[in-house]
Design a protein around this ligand. Structure first.
Ligand SMILES: N[C@@H](CCC(=O)N[C@@H](CS)C(=O)NCC(=O)O)C(=O)O
Length: 85
């Protein structure tokens, strides 16, 4: 099960959340999306998961990753392993 916590931006083209969503799709990774509240102070579930309130946050199996740069590296790593298998 893979879940992407992301902002409410209506497209994948305008922000870091969309960039991660695009990369997940191009890697063929199925995921569910959870749209978080606009204000960081209204995101207690993100704080609980990661100790901070920015999104995107990716939950993949037992891994919880925040910061889009780290998430993109993680997806590349999964993608490389899948291709090698
Ligand atoms: N450096 C962060 C920035 C992510 C970011 O800008 N997230 C936005 C949504 S796309 C956010 O959570 N904004 C909350 C705010 O500005 O209060 C990353 O690359 O993950």
């Amino acid at each position: 099960m893979t879940t992407l916590y992301r902002c409410k931006a209506p497209t994948d083209l305008v922000c870091r959340c969309g960039k991660v969503a695009r990369r997940l799709r191009s890697a063929g990774i199925e995921f569910e999306e959870v749209r978080v509240q606009f204000r960081k102070r209204d995101r207690p579930e993100i704080d609980e998961l990661t100790g901070q309130r920015w999104v995107p946050v990716l939950v993949h199996r037992n891994e919880v990753i925040h910061d889009s740069h780290r998430i993109l590296e993680y997806i590349d790593w999964i993608d490389d392993r899948t291709e090698a298998a």
